[in-house]
Design a protein around this ligand. Sequence first.
Ligand code: DLL
Length: 435
Amino acid sequence: MEHIIWNREMECADRETKNAIQLERLKNTVELCYNKVPFYKQKFDEIGLRPDHIKTLADVKHLPFTTADDLRNNYPFKLFAVPKKDVVRIHGSSGTTGKPKIVGYTRGDLDRWSEIMARVICAAGGTSEDIVQIAFGYGLFTGGFGLHYGMEKIGAMVVPLSSGNTDRQIMLMQDFESTVLIATPSYALYLADEIEKKGIDKDTIKLRLALFGGEGHTEEMRAKIEAQLGLLATENYGLSELGGPGYSGECYLKTGLHIAEDQYISEIIDPDTLEPLPMGEKGELVITSLVREAFPMLRYRTRDITWLNDEPCDCGRTSMRMAKVQGRTDDMMVIRGVNVFPSQIESVIMAMKEIEPFYEIIVTTEDYLDRIEVRVEFSDASLLDDYNKLEQLRNRIRHNIKSVLNIDAKITLVTPGTLPRYEGKGKKVIDKRNK
Ligand code: DLL
């Protein structure tokens, strides 16, 4: 399979060229923020910073951070840097409660977004020959529209199904002989499970590639979906605040997510001291946009934990890569003093054949102590009649989780098919503690 590099000039540029592009665009973005967005002007004035103080790329560390609260406090349009008449699209965060975080795009922003989408799609292995089933939600969520325009740009055949209606997804996937699936890993897992349960002939499914994103997944979960659907899956990362997907995505080699460096500056900071960390160290990802007109963003604290790698990739791209997101600073659970990421529990579950890949983690406080309960489905329904075997399975899961986390979790086994399935991002942790 031939792999296309969509924009060789940008994706394979040397460091010097990239630095020059970044510096020029950073200066423009800082000017834009200062001159057009009162929120930024006030922040600059408070610390005595002027746009002309930004002379080198290293000066980015003098810029103030922006946080999710800043978006909420300026809801809906107060961070826009252009008049409303120049905004042609609105998107927002995918949360279902409260006010969404709203972002805007000019026509030029949409063009530049499609451009970086085309890059990550080609990096994954997508081509103009592909028939692409988009099962990301269309709406305020950036996933559906982002992939849609990127796929059209490379000339693929787009099937804009949006999420849900699984029977129809499977029928059209067979009828159209879709070759690429775009979905959250949670939904892909559900789809794969349904295809298996319905006893559908695997030869009628022609998928060869999937682009996942919108949430993380463990390598174990990816391997499971890849095997079940017979495809290669790459991971994509982005967030509404910075425009959505396109910021970074894996190439077919799956060795970290290539970042669109001509459109974004990426830093890793220590989330406690807020100091920048050296290349390769793990911390919170902070992103500055470089070409966004309607909604420029300075040093946005993503809360996502990862690290960066500046080595060129064997695919030929020189772009800086980020590691798979390890978790969010705010989804790390502290259980009796131990830091626990849901992904650690997911790895254990995915590795055990006797249980289904669906789970729920429930955190409560009992007698002032944190308790963690993991609910999973056992695969073999006949176990219901064999208490001993069920008990043994429960103990094995408990033991495996304990060996990874060093804490005792309560394991609840439920019958196959009882836990919720997700069409978009999965909600796998229910924290019932009073915070
Ligand atoms: O999820 C944008 C997106 C859509 C990216 C489709 C890729 C594909 P939001 O709804 O604003 O935007 O959610 C952003 O989702 O801060 C991460 O915590 C999480 N997230 C997104 N992609 C990944 C990923 C879109 N590949 C938030 N791995 C981000 C881990 C991810 N977390």
